[in-house]
Design a protein around this ligand. Structure first.
Ligand code: HEC
Length: 177
């Protein structure tokens, strides 16, 4: 009986020791002086980090910027990087990744997507859609709106009539024919 009591007492001491080790392990807390890092233990977030709650980002998501040539240029640039590998340069859904086996997305020139509102495109970029993953971490909200504007231009490019061309530009069209 004594022996059992002694074993129990020893195990209690050993186990308590374990717990203390876990509690008092060497570690830095956020504002501790840390010789290994210049400026303390609290590190700068790496460039491009996205805060979970970033009011400036939420504001940009809610405010669709007006369409300008600069916005369209930016949209074309970002579309070429992030979307055309699957959706193709013209938005038909036949990009190089699709040619290598990715499921083929609906063409942007499909009636359903031509009549979908801008918010649908913004939301697909933000949240993903079916087999397509989210681009929220790679494409900031303003660039998403720029891409949406460029997709609208792509769609219009196949359904524009001569009335859409400003009259002073029409002469140029017949020149280039
Ligand atoms: C890796 C390939 C890939 C990339 C890159 C990609 N998508 Fe997609 N996208 C898809 C696929 C696949 C679908 C169809 C998903 C499904 O129906 O399950 C799709 C669907 C869509 C749709 C149609 C949603 C609907 O209502 O049918 C839109 C709009 C879209 N993508 C926009 C974009 C934009 C904008 C970008 C660039 C920021 C982009 N995608 C980048 C693969 C991709």
């Amino acid at each position: 009986m004594r022996r059992v009591a002694a074993i129990l007492a020893i195990s209690a001491i050993v186990l308590a020791g374990c717990e203390q080790n876990m509690d008092a392990q060497p570690k830095y807390s956020a504002y501790t002086y840390a010789p290994a890092f210049r400026g303390g233990a609290l590190r700068e977030p790496p460039p491009g980090s996205v805060a979970r709650d970033d009011p400036a980002r939420d504001l940009a998501a809610m405010n669709k910027p007006p369409v300008t040539t600069a916005l369209l240029d930016r949209g074309r640039d970002r579309f070429g990087i992030f979307c055309s590998p699957c959706h193709g340069g013209g938005g038909d859904g036949n990009g190089i990744i699709v040619q290598r086996g990715m499921p083929r997305p609906t063409s942007y020139h499909d009636e359903r997507l031509r009549t979908a509102d801008d918010q649908h495109f913004f939301d697909v970029i933000s949240n993903g859609y079916g087999a397509m993953y989210s681009y929220a971490a790679r494409v900031p909200p303003r660039d998403r709106w720029a891409i949406v504007a460029y997709i609208r231009a792509l769609q219009l490019s196949r359904h524009a009539s001569i009335d859409d061309v400003p009259s002073e530009q029409r002469a140029k069209l017949s020149e280039s024919r």
